[in-house]
Design a protein around this ligand. Structure first.
Ligand code: 9D3
Length: 258
C-alpha cells in the first residue's frame, strides 16, 4: 500500500489551507446553459452542491432562454426534419448565435482554450467521473440542452467540443442531463464542500462500489448491524469493508470487475 496524502490530521489541516489558498486565487468556473426551459433550473440553483458552490464563489451559473437568440416574430426554435419522419428538429441558427454570444466563437476551432461546448444528446459519449473531472478543470462550460427529436447535426459537427449522454435510457430532453453534469462537475471543484476528503477516497475506491454503511440503532426491526463494525477493531473493519464492497460489486456491477 502506498501511503495516502492527507493520512494524518496535521496533513489534512495543511491540505485544507492550501485548498483555501488556491480557491481564493481561482477564477470561478462559468457555466452557461442554453435551453428552451430556463425556469426548469431556477429552484435547483438554490439547493445542495450548486447553492454551496455558488455561495463559495467557485462557480457562476446562468440558464439562458434559447428563444432570445431567434430573430423571427414567433421565436421559433424547431422545424420539420429534412428527409421526413416524426417529430421536429432544433434549428441550428439560434444555437450557433447563442454559442457565439457566450464564447465569441461559432466554430470549434476558435472556441477559447479552457472552454467546452457540450451538447447533451442520447447519441453522445457516456458521462464518466473522468469527463466530469475534465469539466471541473475548465474556465467555461456551455451546456446545450436538446428537445424534440434532436438537434440539427451541424451543431455537433461544427461547434460542439463534447457530445455527452448520461446513460442508456430515454429522457424527454437534455435539461435533466445538464443538471447531472453540473452536479458531478461542481463537487470536484477545489474547495467545494467535501471535495478535499472525497477526492482522496474516490481515487482508491476506483473500480469498485462503496462498502455498506450503517448507523444507530444497532438493531432495527430484528436487523442487526454487522458485529465487526461495533468492535472498534479498525484492521478487522477495513478487511470487512473491502470484502463487503467486493461482494456488492460482484452482485450489482460485475462489469466493473471485468
Ligand atoms: C427515437 C430515437 N430517440 C433517440 C434515442 C429519440 C430521442 C429520445 C430522447 C430524442 C431525444 C431525446 C431527449 N434526450 C436527450 O436530449 C438526452 C439524453 C437521453 O435521452 N438519455 C441519456 N442522456 C441524454 S443527454 C440528452
Amino acid at each position: 500500500m502506498t501511503p495516502l496524502i492527507g493520512e494524518t490530521e496535521d496533513e489534512r489541516v495543511d491540505l485544507k489551507s492550501k485548498i483555501r489558498n488556491l480557491k481564493s486565487k481561482m477564477k470561478p468556473l462559468r457555466v452557461d446553459i442554453i435551453t428552451i426551459f430556463p425556469d426548469y433550473f431556477r429552484a435547483v440553483f438554490d439547493y445542495g452542491i450548486i447553492r454551496r458552490a455558488r455561495a463559495a464563489g467557485l462557480v457562476t451559473i446562468e440558464a439562458h432562454d434559447l428563444r432570445a437568440w431567434t430573430s423571427d416574430k414567433h421565436h421559433v426554435v424547431d422545424d420539420r426534419p429534412f428527409g421526413g419522419g416524426d417529430g421536429m428538429v432544433m434549428k441550428p441558427e439560434p444555437i450557433f448565435a447563442a454559442v457565439k454570444s457566450l464564447t465569441g466563437a461559432n466554430r470549434r476551432e476558435t472556441v477559447p482554450p479552457g472552454t467546452r461546448v457540450v451538447l447533451l444528446s442520447p447519441q453522445g459519449q457516456t458521462l464518466t467521473q473522468a469527463s466530469a473531472a475534465e469539466f471541473a478543470k475548465c474556465e467555461h462550460v456551455i451546456l446545450i440542452c436538446g428537445r424534440y427529436e434532436g438537434v440539427d447535426e451541424r451543431v455537433a459537427d461544427a461547434v460542439v467540443t463534447d457530445e455527452i449522454s448520461i446513460g442508456d435510457y430515454v429522457l424527454s430532453g437534455g435539461e435533466p442531463a445538464a443538471l447531472v453534469v453540473i452536479d458531478a462537475t461542481l463537487r470536484l471543484l477545489p474547495g467545494a464542500l467535501g471535495s478535499e476528503t472525497s477526492a482522496v477516497t474516490e481515487s482508491f475506491s476506483d473500480g469498485m462500489l462503496d462498502y455498506p454503511h450503517y448507523t444507530r440503532p444497532p438493531e432495527f426491526e430484528g436487523m442487526r448491524v454487522p458485529e465487526v463494525l461495533l468492535t472498534g477493531n479498525h484492521a478487522e473493519i477495513a478487511r470487512w469493508r473491502r470484502e463487503a464492497a467486493l461482494e456488492k460489486t460482484k452482485r450489482n456491477r460485475p462489469d466493473l470487475l471485468k
